[in-house]
Design a protein around this ligand. Structure first.
Ligand code: CA
Length: 112
């Protein structure tokens, strides 16, 4: 499968897997969200970005329509926030503008 397809498939499968645990099947409640953030995100920088240490805070931030749960749309927004955060971290780590147009090697190094 192509890389981007893998990413898309993973996002959907992770959401469905955790949303199915308890409560309503197509939403993440607080406990399910906690599990996702604990088990599926390792980097402290990314965890910090969405206050993963405080599940109340994280839920408040992600639950855009304030129904107390995270639906798929809200989950996608969460992934998008984290992707942008990671992008910023990469830019920082590369020392900013100096490496403009020379990112191919670095991109290859980072894929695992
Ligand atoms: Ca919601």
């Amino acid at each position: 499968m192509a890389r981007l397809e893998q990413v898309i498939t993973n996002i959907v499968e992770i959401f469905l897997e955790y949303a199915d645990d308890s409560g309503s099947k197509r939403q993440l409640n607080k406990e399910e969200l906690k599990k996702v953030l604990e088990l599926e995100i390792q980097s402290p920088e990314l965890k910090g970005k969405i206050n993963a240490g405080d599940i109340g805070d994280a839920m408040e931030m992600l639950d855009k329509n304030h129904d107390g749960e995270v639906n798929f749309r809200e989950f996608c927004q969460c992934v998008s926030v984290l992707a942008r955060c990671y992008y910023q971290l990469q830019k920082k780590n590369k020392g900013g503008k100096r490496s403009k147009g020379k990112s191919k090697e670095q991109a290859e190094e980072q894929s695992d």
